[in-house]
Design a protein around this ligand. Structure first.
Ligand code: UD1
Length: 354
């Protein structure tokens, strides 16, 4: 079986790592990197640390408006797919790289397989929601991480090719968790002591590109008055500079963290404050309470189980949610995301249907 995998943005490197490893045990993978994320800290370090083979092609698309970025990827991915004629085009998540891969493949009558299928925020103002809905609707195999994702697809009339396989981020985390000792020591050398800090990330356009939200978060961090480690995404950095906002002294800002450093930070954090999809779930798996700075989440089961709370980007909302997260830590921790074998199930299903 020949599989052409498309990756482009940071979370996709993490998700592709265990699947790629399982795939290469018995099949051929053509790995194409769109170049959506291109910095050492946003891309290269993940390939090195997660032992992902070098991409066969890097399309070097880089930044742009959504239309420009997606269009450049679409044209370049089509050429790759025509050249390689894979049995499957394998896509991850909800980024512009995912959508471009889905469109290019569908127009060439190549079959699309979608990992992390069926997630919905039901907020169409998020570019990710458009990307995931459209990708699911042209996919022949839909790999769902949760029961809720299967149910969402059913609501849209999609039942054929749907498989609940669990979450590949569990596979990645189980592997990464055993390799963090050196990172914990390196963080301690930076003055970041396990148990003494909270971990935060902010990068969604709704929080960075709206100055009121951005200001609310910065002022909220100050009001929380506790050490907060904040790996700064390039979009957040640009937004802070544009609005001339500086981070308060209790925030330990650092460059974007590598995967193992992020797992070490999660391990040492008392709680997590984020607008990232992936980090909410990683917090859950690592049994860290989470505050999600968004009006909704795709990972509804984490909220229902009491481990995750939604908060508006205002100081009072952040303070209330953080206080509740710290004092009401649930006793129960249901296994929503599987046991770390999602990657092997995905490869077996691809081969069965090749
Ligand atoms: C993308 C995904 C989002 C995912 C996120 C993880 C889409 C629509 N969104 O958002 O689902 O959660 O990745 O980070 O695809 N930049 C750099 N260096 C880099 C990469 C980006 O400076 O290596 C800058 C870009 O120039 C741009 C900004 O960061 O101004 C954001 O990059 P972009 O590709 O728009 O996506 P993300 O916001 O990261």
């Amino acid at each position: 079986m020949k599989v052409l995998t498309v990756v482009g943005a940071r979370p996709q490197f993490i998700k592709a790592a265990p699947v790629s490893r399982a795939l290469r045990e018995g099949h051929t993978e053509i790995l194409v990197h769109t170049g959506q994320h291109y910095d050492e800290a946003m891309s290269d370090v993940f390939f090195a640390e997660l032992n992902i083979p070098q991409p066969n092609e890097n399309l070097g698309v880089g930044s742009g408006t959504h239309g420009q970025q997606t269009a450049a990827m679409l044209a370049a991915l089509e050429a790759q797919m025509m050249q390689h004629q894979p049995d499957w085009v394998l896509l991850y998540g909800d980024t512009n790289s995912t959508l471009a891969g889905a469109l290019a493949a569908a127009k060439l009558n190549l079959r699309v397989a979608h990992v992390e299928s069926g997630l919905r925020s039901y907020n169409r103002s998020m570019p990710e929601e458009i990307n995931r809905v459209l990708t699911d609707h042209v996919s022949a195999l839909l790999f769902c991480p949760t029961d809720a994702a299967v149910e969402n697809l059913k609501q849209e009339g999609i039942t054929a090719g749907v498989h609940h396989v669990g979450d590949v981020m569990v596979d990645a985390l189980l592997d990464g968790r055993g390799r963090i000792t050196e990172r914990v020591t390196a963080l301690q050398d930076e003055g970041i002591t396990p148990g003494k800090f909270w971990l935060a990330t902010i990068h969604r356009p709704a929080n960075t590109d709206d100055v009121n939200a951005l200001r609310g978060i910065v002022e909220g961090f100050a009001a929380l008055d506790h050490a907060i480690v904040l790996p700064v995404h390039p979009r957040l950095k640009a937004a802070l500079e544009r609005e001339n906002l500086s981070l308060p002294d209790n925030v330990i800002a650092r460059q974007p963290a590598s995967y193992l450093t992020m797992v070490a930070l999660l391990d040492g954090a008392e709680i997590v404050i984020t607008d990232s999809g992936g980090l909410q779930k990683e917090a859950y798996i690592m049994e860290r309470p989470c505050v999600t700075v968004r009006p909704e989440t795709e990972w509804v089961e984490t909220v229902q189980a009491g481990w995750n709370r939604l908060a508006e980007p205002t100081p009072s909302a952040l303070q209330a949610a953080v206080s509740a997260a710290r004092t009401n830590v649930p006793q129960n921790h249901p296994d929503f995301y599987g046991d770390g074998r999602a990657s092997h199930q995905i490869v077996a299903l691809l081969a069965d249907h090749a």
